[in-house]
Ligand binder design. Structure first.
Ligand SMILES: *Cc1c(COP(=O)(O)O)cnc(C)c1O
Length: 411
């Protein structure tokens, strides 16, 4: 018998421990399976079936809000940039990884968001992960909404500031935290929230948060991943929607959702803040620069969005139609006007069954359950896209109605 490192008793224990964790996840019906898509992201996607065949389904679960993931102008801009600026930089930004295009995109994002400067990251996860530690120390405080994204939670964990957490979108509880931080004698306080909460589609009360921050002398930061490009009258995001555009201290966001959906993230704000992040933010300093074709295509996306409101209006129309039709069909959906539409199913297993049945009926949706949402709050989270036609949405509502009746969710 050959001796390998896997023969030792402790590593054998380790691997069987991992296997039993996996068995537990499966036994709880919480195991996430990745569906194979065999073509571009779109309203209709070809998927691989269990027997190795292919089947086209209507897609209701991409963050492809504006339908830009495979938009011809965006794809062409990526091709063009691939030829003009190459495939990759093989460097972090400060060594030899900054092209003219990176500076252009940063300036264009700043203009779009109403800020002074912007720094690009490989992902919004990195933007949030590398945000707090360079800016805040032991004497400072971060006050965070309880439903903030995992990357914000992780970013806060990496910094030494005191941590306070308030109930979701609860202004009285936020004020309690602000008063507590003041009583604790902290130096600087940063209140940080998702602009739109991704599991519910609810919009943060940035206007009220701004007022509270001003009262307590605190800074306000917002993660705009589910907002940049389509929330607000001209798509400038939650600050525009809530009437505080240009009045947010720090904005983080993604290029991986509405803005083309490839990958990449950013932090935007005051010049000196961005300057310090370039010096100290670890995911920026120690991770490769964003690929040129993504940067070039993202600039083309901003051209599109600044030139016309058509896609945004199409998305808003689709959202209003679908929300109303689903409510009329008897489904419990949280009210609002965001293209994230949570269809409440409550039980994890039921959410799994509904999603499976919907797929049989030709509609791809995903069930969300603990730990992604609280126990007993399982749901199907549907996301509208400007790429959906009215016929697509009618088809989806009919399928939901049939499947919902079959599993006893609606009458
Ligand atoms: C998707 C998302 C992220 C992560 O974005 P990536 O660019 O994919 O890393 C961060 N925050 C929020 C609120 C998100 O929805």
């Amino acid at each position: 018998m050959t001796h390998t490192s896997t023969d030792s008793a402790s590593s054998t224990d380790f691997y069987s421990h991992i296997a039993s964790e996996l068995a537990f996840i499966r036994s709880e019906d919480l195991y996430k399976v990745e569906r194979i898509i065999t073509g571009p992201q779109s309203a209709h996607i070809p998927t691989r079936t269990a027997d190795g065949g292919q089947r086209e389904v209507l897609n209701l679960c991409a963050n492809n809000y504006l339908g830009l993931s495979s938009h011809p102008a965006v794809v062409e801009a990526a091709h063009h940039t691939l030829r003009s600026h190459g495939y990759g930089l093989s460097s972090v930004r400060f060594i030899c990884g900054t092209q003219d295009l990176h500076k252009t995109l940063e300036a264009r994002l700043s203009k779009f968001l109403g800020t002074e400067d912007t720094i690009l990251y490989a992902a919004a996860f990195d933007a949030n992960g590398g945000l707090f530690e360079p800016l805040l120390g032991e004497q400072d405080a971060v006050i965070s909404d309880e439903l903030n994204h995992a990357s914000i939670i992780d970013g806060i964990r990496l910094c030494k500031a005191k941590r306070y957490r308030y109930k979701n979108n609860d202004m009285a509880d936020l004020e309690r935290c602000l008063a507590q931080a003041r009583a604790d004698g902290v130096r600087f306080t940063l209140v940080f929230t998702d602009g739109v909460f991704s599991m519910d589609g609810t919009v943060a009360k940035l206007d009220e948060i701004r007022t509270l921050c001003d009262t307590y002398g605190a800074l306000m930061g917002v993660d705009e991943c589910h907002a940049t490009g389509f929330v607000g009258a001209t798509g400038r995001g939650t600050p525009e929607y809530r009437g505080v555009w240009g009045k947010v201290d720090i904005i983080t966001g993604t290029l991986g959702k509405a803005l083309g959906g490839a990958s990449g993230g950013f932090t935007s704000g005051r010049r000196e803040v961005i300057e310090l992040l370039r010096q100290r933010s670890r995911p920026y300093l120690f991770s490769n620069t964003l690929a040129p074709m993504i940067v070039g295509a993202s600039i083309a996306v901003l051209d599109l969005l600044e030139g016309s409101n058509t896609l945004r209006e199409q998305l808003a129309d689709n959202t209003a139609y679908f929300r109303q039709a689903m409510a009329d069909a008897g489904f419990a959906i949280a009210p609002g006007d965001h293209p994230i539409v949570p269809i409440m199913v409550f039980e994890a297993q039921l959410a799994q069954r509904l999603a499976a049945r919907m797929l049989e009926l030709g509609v791809y949706v995903v069930g969300f359950f603990f730990p992604v949402v609280p126990q007993g709050k399982a749901r199907i989270r549907v996301q509208m896209s400007a790429a959906h036609s009215r016929a697509d949405l009618e088809f989806a509502v009919a399928a939901f109605t049939q499947a919902g009746r079959e599993i006893g969710l609606i009458a």
